[in-house]
Each structure stands twice: as C-alpha cells, then as structure tokens.
Write a protein that binds this ligand. Structure first.
Ligand code: NDP
Length: 334
C-alpha cells in the first residue's frame, strides 16, 4: 500500500474517467498530490461566495474538493455568528475559506462595530471552531494593516500599524486567528480587482469616455491583484498546506511589479484606446495628484509594497506581473 492511500481510495480512483487502468506510477502520482486525503472527499466551506474573490473561489476550489458555498442569505451572515457556527458544525469541513469581509474602507470609519464584527469577531469564532474540527482556515487580509511609511517592500514580519478602522479590524482578525492555534493560511493582498462587478479600471474607462481631464492619485504605490489569481493561489496553497501543516502561516499574496493609481489609470486607458474604444480624455490630460488633494474618511497607506518571497519560496509558486492580469481583465470587459 502506498502512503496516504487506502483501499477505498484506490477503488474510487479506479472509477475515474475513461483513461487507462491505474498502474503503480499513476498511484504514486496521486499519492504525491493528495497525500493525507483523497481530494474528492475533502469538504470545503466557502464563505463570502458573492464577493470578488469569493466568486473566483467558487471556480478554483471546485477541483480541490466538495465545495459548500454560503453568502448572507443562506446561513453565512457574519453578523449572525450563532447561525454561521451551526452551519460549520453541521458540515464539519476539512477546510474553511473565508472571503467575506467588510471592505467598504471609508464606510467602516462610521460603522466600526459592524466592521469589527465581520472582520474580526466572527473570524475569531470561526478560528476556534476550525481548531476544534482540525480544519484548515484560509483567511484574507490586507496591506492596510501597515502604515505605509517608507519605500521598501514589507515582509510578513514587519510591524503592523493600521491607519483606518478597516485596517485595525483586519489586523484584529489576523491576530485572533493566529492566537486560536488553528491551522491557517492568512493571505495579505492589495488592490483587488475582478472582471465581475465594479472596479477601478471600469471607473477610469467610464470617466475617460466622458471627461476631458482626469486627476488620479500618484503617490500610493502597490500592486493590482486579480481575484482570479488569488483564488488560484488559494487552491494550490490549501492543498499543499493540508498535506504539510508546517506551511501554515501568514503570507503576502500580490501580483508582481508595482504601480501607482495614476499609472494604473493611464495603462488602462491606453490599452482601451489601442483596442479602438471611445476615449475622450487626451493622454496628457490624465493628471497625477497627491493623496492630500483627495481627502477621504479613511486614511490609506502610501507604500503598499508587499514582499512575496516567502510565499514563492515555500509553495514553489510564481506571481505574475500585475499588467498580465489587468490586460486579461480588460480584454474580458472591453
Ligand atoms: P468583496 O467586498 O468583493 O467581498 C466581500 C464579501 O463579503 C461580499 O460578498 C460581501 O457582501 C460579503 N459580506 C459583507 N458583509 C457580510 C456579512 N455580514 N456576512 C457575510 N458576508 C458579508 O471583497 P473582496 O472579494 O475584494 O475581498 C476579499 C478579501 O480580500 C477580504 O478579506 C478583503 O478584506 C481582502 N482584501 C481586499 C482588497 C480589495 O481591494 N478589495 C484589498 C486587500 C485585501 P456584499 O457585497 O453584499 O456586501
């Protein structure tokens, strides 16, 4: 018997597809991938399925196990933790992926209790439940846990110092998950976009078609990161972490390269112009402004550079340049 495979597993494997019967090589391949559990038997609970990342996770997680995906209205409401925990206990998943969050950064300033409930208090309860079940909890966090000082790329050990209620509550959520002792993957990401729903690029394209001039912040630096990339990373990482619990921990997960909102806007507009889309604003009329010219209720970090060396080294994964994902998203929406 090969390590990690029971008789039942091999019997199930024998039913797969119409390909050749499984020989010894095929079995060692399967053992290498799944190791501790046969993937079709892994129960995955996905929370926040309707969000940018949640939507993409519905796609990417489907190959990793049997996914139960919840939202507000079907028992997955983070403001009703009792109902949510009852669903978790009833399902007893091996993996919980939490992509639900209070992400309205400015609104959080005026509703801190709600932001804390969704970003910290309920995730803390989920972590305790994950510990009890022996489940892996995957959770997302943000560059906003940092103050954005300096110009260096922060690693996972850099001290956190959030500037906003959103950042504070996300940091509290992270801390509670680590303190619970559950197996976890916390992926800190930044500037998330998706083809589905509204995003910065779509707003810029609409304004560029209507206006003669645009002013865009040029002193916040970060990496636009696709929800599809995050979802794909998540699927690879959770499978590796189930097989090797030593991979548990906090990771920075952003696309490669860096930009600022002004250059990002120009990239999007020029891509659309080359595709023959109707653009009113002239290239030299997309003007850079400092953050101080665009006051918002929540303060944002200027330097959102995150080092992804730990993720790349530990998981053997490559993070493609942000332009690659943005071009793909633009090709989809234009
Ligand atoms: P979204 O806002 O797109 O998705 C969050 C989801 O959570 C939405 O479906 C939202 O529903 C849902 N939600 C809100 N309140 C509740 C609640 N009470 N109970 C259950 N679900 C709720 O966010 P993203 O997909 O972009 O973000 C995923 C993760 O990545 C989050 O942890 C976020 O903090 C993190 N992140 C996001 C960044 C970004 O730029 N978006 C940047 C850095 C980190 P509804 O839409 O109906 O409110």
């Amino acid at each position: 018997m090969l390590a990690g495979l029971t008789v039942k597993h091999i019997a199930r494997a024998g039913r797969l597809g119409s390909g050749p019967a499984l020989g010894p090589n095929a079995l060692s391949c399967a053992a290498g991938v799944a190791n501790a559990e046969w993937i079709t038997e892994m129960k995955i609970l996905l929370l926040g399925k309707g969000g940018q990342v949640g939507w993409e996770l519905q796609r990417s997680l489907a190959v990793a196990g049997e996914v139960t995906a919840l939202d507000f209205d079907d028992g997955g409401d983070f403001t009703k933790p009792d109902e949510l925990l009852a669903r978790v206990q009833a399902l007893a998943p091996q993996v919980i992926v939490n992509s639900a969050a209070h992400t309205a950064v400015d609104k959080a300033e005026s509703e801190p209790d709600l932001a804390r409930q969704i970003n910290a208090t309920t995730p803390a309860l989920l972590a305790i439940e994950a510990k009890r079940l022996g489940a892996l909890l995957v959770h997302y966090s943000t560059d906003y846990v940092f103050d954005g000082s300096g110009s260096h790329a922060r690693d996972e050990e850099a001290p956190i110092a959030p500037l906003s209620i959103y950042g504070v509550t996300k940091a509290e959520g992270e801390d509670a998950i680590r303190a619970s002792g559950c197996q976890h993957l916390i992926l800190r990401t930044s500037w998330v976009y998706a083809a589905r729903g509204g995003n910065f690029a779509k707003t810029m394209l609409r304004l560029a078609a209507e206006r003669d001039q645009l002013k865009v912040i040029a002193d916040q630096i970060g990496a636009p990161t696709g929800a599809d990339l995050l979802a794909d990373l998540t699927t690879h990482m959770l499978r590796a972490a189930r097989a090797n619990p030593a991979l548990s921990g906090t990771y920075h997960a952003v696309a490669g390269g860096e930009t600022n909102w002004h250059d990002y806007a120009r990239f999007v507009i020029e891509f659309a112009r080359k595709q023959g889309k109707s653009i009113k604003v002239a290239p030299d009329q997309v003007l850079p402004i400092p953050t101080s010219d665009y006051p918002t209720p929540a303060k944002r970090p200027l330097n959102s550079r995150l080092s992804t060396a730990k993720l790349q080294q530990r998981f053997g994964l490559r993070l493609p340049h942000w332009q690659q994902g943005v071009e793909r998203m633009l090709t989809e929406i234009l």
